[in-house]
Design a protein around this ligand. Structure first.
Ligand code: ADP
Ligand code: MG
Length: 463
């Protein structure tokens, strides 16, 4: 099946050819026909798999065919009709925008990506306007954009709420609602805003939700806001984080660990970093210590007020904070493209958290580095992570920071690495930690279900 046999409007086919899209991606193959048929969609697939076109092409197709039909019968596009109707009834200065499609995204960057893609795909359509309404944009500029009554509105939830509440947007004509990167919007605390926005849209809308995971809170919300959705899940390489170079450094004690961390933070290839600690207190202590040592560091953890957390994250986004020292919960879902390095000052309790942690770097196809500072007694924990990710993490040693003990007496005899056998050597100067054994059924997680949310494991399987 290709874009033509899927039956997309001729103007879209032309734009796709111009864009060099010769065939649909996997997620597009499944999502586009379902969306064209009017189905609600719940989609999870990896970054870079072409999800924007997966929801934008069917939407644009719908608008293009509606415009064709209107042209034939009345010589007017539906939008022109709506506009003339409005100008008869309302004072022109305070006309609310009546979008037909709304795309919610967690960040400004993503919203702009979506509007750019829409302009590209809609380049040969008669009339289609997509605008992004974003925090940080001057208010008059936003008013000007809304006054053009765009068919497609792309927005971050917080800013949209402001405009809804001041009567600048009327969703009564909305046909399509898209939640892009829904899991990240929830991580960022947008759930109430999203619920409010959804409640303001007609129940007859078509809803498409895209998320890295469809489990847990996202899944619950997804099912609440969709009707009989088609569920599309495409497993990808994302959990493996193949664009992130991972390594383990063994340390003898705390002082060795601190000295090595300071050394690694001076890496010239480092832009910004996240250092993960086991406890909130450690996050504070280490952030203080790093600040004294001259790094622009800040702590981020659950005991901080929301205002302070936001300020820290803003500082991170603006580059004023270079090293964020964080706990697992606080750093979940953080998306700062300039994070080049993740350090596990302490290993996470659960292998799933390791995957979340290192995923803070290597965003959107960039490369990243993830370094774990490990005590000799934690060898088994590294092995569990390796089993979970089905990857081997190479051991690295920095000259001048060699551990007194070489790795590692706690290593099991069978199937493990033996000093000098070199069979898993990955790079010169690096030794492989161990060969990942085939995952046993219950061997994927520490404590076999001791964790509250046992959904954790399948969450990764779905990615
Ligand atoms: P996602 O939202 O899944 O992370 P995007 O929608 O941002 O992915 O698309 C990733 C990249 O792939 C973009 O540069 C987009 O232009 C490109 N792309 C999308 N669909 C196709 C296709 N069918 N053929 C070629 N390139 C595509
Ligand atoms: Mg996307």
């Amino acid at each position: 099946m290709n874009f033509e046999t899927i039956g997309l409007h001729a103007s879209l086919l032309k734009a796709l050819t111009e864009s060099g899209y010769t065939e649909p991606t996997g997620v597009q193959l499944l999502a586009v026909p379902a969306a064209l048929a009017g189905k609600d969609l719940l989609v999870s697939s990896q970054t870079g798999s072409g999800k924007t076109a997966a929801f934008m092409l069917p939407a644009l197709h719908k608008f293009a065919t509606a415009a064709d039909a209107a042209q034939e019968t009345q010589g007017k596009t539906p939008n022109q009709e709506a506009q003339s109707a409005r100008s008869r009834n309302e004072r022109p200065r305070f006309r609310a925008a009546q979008p037909k499609m709304l795309v919610l995204t967690p960040t400004r960057e993503l919203a702009l990506q979506v509007t750019n893609a829409t302009d590209k795909y809609g380049a040969f359509m008669r009339r289609i306007k997509a605008v992004a309404i974003l925090g940080g944009m001057p208010y008059p500029k936003q008013m000007q954009l809304l006054a053009r009554n765009p068919e497609i509105l792309v927005a971050t939830p917080g800013r949209l709420i402001d405009h809804m509440e001041s009567g600048k947007i009327d969703f009564s004509q909305l046909e399509i609602l898209v939640l892009d990167e829904a899991d990240r919007m929830l991580d960022m605390g947008f759930i109430e805003d999203i619920e409010k926005i959804v409640a303001a849209t007609p129940a007859t809308r078509q809803t498409m939700l895209f998320s890295a995971t469809l489990d847990g809170v996202v899944g619950t919300m997804a099912r609440r806001i969709t009707r009989d959705p088609q569920i599309i899940q495409i497993a990808g390489a994302e959990t493996r984080h193949e664009n992130i170079s991972q390594r383990v450094h063994f340390v003898d004690d705390m002082s060795h660990k601190n000295r090595l961390l300071d050394h690694l933070l001076r890496d010239v290839t480092m832009d910004q970093a996240v250092v993960f600690t086991a406890t909130k207190r450690d996050a504070d202590t280490i952030a203080d210590r790093l600040n004294i040592a001259g790094f622009a560091a800040a702590a981020l953890h659950g005991d901080m007020h929301q205002g302070a957390r936001n300020r820290t994250l803003d500082g991170m986004r603006r580059g004023q904070v270079r090293v964020l020292v964080a706990t697992d919960v606080a750093a979940r879902g953080i998306d700062v493209p300039a994070i080049t390095h993740v350090f596990n000052y302490d290993l996470p309790k659960f292998p799933e958290d390791y995957v979340h942690r290192i995923g803070r770097t290597g965003r959107a196809g960039r490369n990243g580095t993830a370094v774990s500072l490990v005590n000799h007694s934690e060898t088994m924990n590294v092995r569990r992570i390796e089993r979970f990710t089905k990857q081997t993490i190479p051991i690295d040693v920095v000259v001048g920071f060699e551990p007194k003990r070489s790795a590692s007496p706690a290593r099991p005899k069978a199937g493990g690495w033996k000093p000098g056998d070199g069979r898993n050597a990955s790079k010169p100067g690096q030794r492989s930690f161990s060969k990942p054994s085939a995952p046993s059924r219950e061997g994927n997680s520490y404590g076999k279900g001791a964790r509250g949310d046992s959904a954790g494991r399948s969450r990764f399987g779905d990615r």
